[in-house]
Design a protein around this ligand. Structure first.
Ligand code: ADP
Ligand code: MG
Length: 493
């Protein structure tokens, strides 16, 4: 598309809206759009992910995995032991709960499992969004909020859900932040990510934090498994499909886990699992090597509360894509007068443009792009003519394409590492990568870019065997299944 079309002066378009009086504070440096083109071209060049870049990222991911498995702190990837050594068999029976603390929401779920024949007899869940202030409050406030949501949910149990007499309710706790697991039901929070800055949790056992809050709520439940959301997703998907070997989350943040051979984990001391396998939580959001980054990424990182950390996450995950695009649009407005002579004030507000907004704009295939126009106006106070809207879409697509393709390269890095260790283990047969998270679920362009990169890297033949599949809410059921497997009561599954 052309990027040199000159936007008319402010006021000569979107006349029907001018009475709303969008605040315009800053004047653009240039009043014509000639300088839009070089900025956009540079962005596309800086974000480019041709095959050699993808290959380099996949190789570096595999190398960092080995580094993190060799010794704690051996690379950007923490390669955390999950203590999940056996995967669901399908025979699990009984009532189990799960609690999932993500980045945007927390979900509570109960499931009645009926074993091989009946499988999931019934399941119910509720989702609560986490109030912004709790992300910056104290540990007690956050965990009290969660425990009270769980208590309210537990009170509504009925119907097909049934707990044998004399038993405590057991819960799988999905906690999607880096935790150093000390056993299947305990783990120390290493640091908050995804914009959380809760005081008093880092360095503590998050199961103890939840237990204390449940006691304050007079809620008598036992946390029998602490699982990362990727691990929950892998377990949940594996319940239905034995070929699942990897799970990836692309939501507010991003992470991946996979099935590893215990012999390939030099840092693993002490008794090894009977199955000879375990799940490793890579914490790949911290990956940083060989990524094509721009001035916008560096500025966003500099302004973040975790400077220099989670660079892969900041390049590919839902929390950040909208913000990167906003920074580009602001520069185009200031230096290239993309939206006319003045710079819309709202566009200067960090995180005002969210990834779901980019997604909604990219679904507008109409000639006049009216949906793009109204989203830009409603969200960022931006008045746009058609050529400006086209440029906005070009910007969104550039950021989303880079994100999806890099995520694909990361997946290939994991598969490659597994294959290099044991030839034929993943590429010689059907292998499933279970995907979850709001970004993957809702952004079709992102999904397509991710799949394209995987196919390009693996080639047509091998990629036919690699199935990248959405596992909707697998992590909830997965955590409940892992609670079942680690139940304190007698079970034979
Ligand atoms: P969490 O990561 O907090 O556990 P989710 O997996 O539901 O929660 O992911 C929520 C994130 O997914 C949002 O922060 C947003 O970045 C992204 N997302 C949600 N809806 C959409 C959408 N329609 N298009 C693109 N991204 C979306
Ligand atoms: Mg989640």
């Amino acid at each position: 598309m052309s990027v040199t079309a000159s936007p008319p002066a402010v006021g000569s378009f979107c006349l029907h809206r001018s009475h709303r009086g969008t605040a315009r504070v800053r004047m653009a440096v240039r009043s014509n759009a000639v300088s839009v083109a070089p900025i956009l071209t540079k962005l596309q060049k800086d974000c480019a992910t041709p095959l050699p870049v993808l290959r380099h990222v996949a190789d570096a991911m595999a190398a960092d995995m080995r580094g993190g498995l060799a010794v704690d702190g051996g690379s950007d990837l923490k390669m955390i032991l999950s203590y999940v050594n056996s995967l669901p068999s399908g025979n699990e029976k009984g009532l189990f709960y799960a609690l999932d603390l993500g980045g945007t929401n927390f979900r509570v779920l109960r499931v009645q499992l009926g074993g091989k024949d009946e499988r999931v007899i019934d399941t119910e869940f509720e989702q609560v969004s986490i109030p912004q202030e709790l992300m910056f409050g104290t540990s007690e406030e956050l965990f009290d909020f969660i425990a009270s949501g769980l208590a309210k949910f537990a009170q509504k149990e009925g119907g097909k859900f049934h707990l044998p007499r004399g038993r405590k309710r057991e819960i799988g706790f999905t906690f999607s932040f880096p935790v150093k697991q000390t056993s299947i039901d305990s783990g120390i929070l290493m640091k908050w990510t995804k914009g959380f800055a809760v005081s008093g949790t880092a360095g503590k056992d998050v199961v103890a934090c939840l237990n204390e809050a449940m006691e304050r709520q007079k809620l008598d439940m036992r946390v029998s498994a602490l699982v990362n959301d990727t691990v929950g997703t892998l377990a949940g998907a594996r319940y239905w499909d034995d070929d699942v070997m990897v799970a990836v989350i692309l939501g507010t943040g991003t992470n991946a886990c996979y099935v590893e051979q215990v012999d390939a984990i030099p840092k693993l001391q002490g008794p090894k699992s009977l199955s000879g396998r375990t799940i490793i939580n890579t914490e790949w959001g911290a990956f940083s090597k060989g990524l094509p980054l721009t001035e916008f990424d560096r500025d966003m990182d500099a302004a973040s509360i975790n400077l220099g950390e989670q660079i892969f996450e900041k390049t590919i995950s839902g929390m950040y894509l909208g913000e990167i695009a906003r920074r580009v649009l602001l520069k185009l407005a200031e230096a290239g007068a993309l939206f006319g002579e003045a710079v819309p004030e709202k566009l200067t507000t960090p995180f005002i443009l969210r990834t779901p907004d980019l997604c909604a704009m990219q679904q507008d295939n109409s000639n006049d792009m009216k949906a793009v126009e109204s989203i830009l106006y409603d969200v960022a106070g931006v008045e746009s003519n058609l050529s400006a809207r086209k440029i906005v879409i070009e910007v969104c697509d550039t950021i989303v394409k880079r994100g999806g393709r890099l995520a694909g390269a990361g997946i290939v890095g994991i598969l490659q590492k597994m294959e290099d260790d044991a030839k034929g283990i993943v590429f010689g047969k059907r292998t499933v990568v279970a995907m979850d998270g709001g970004l993957y679920e809702h952004y079709p362009q992102y999904r397509r870019y991710l799949q394209d990169a995987v196919t390009e890297l693996l080639g047509l033949e091998i990629s036919k065997n690699v199935v990248i599949e959405h596992s909707k809410d697998g992590s909830g059921i997965g955590a409940a299944l892992l609670a079942a497997a680690n139940s304190q009561y007698e079970h034979d599954f």
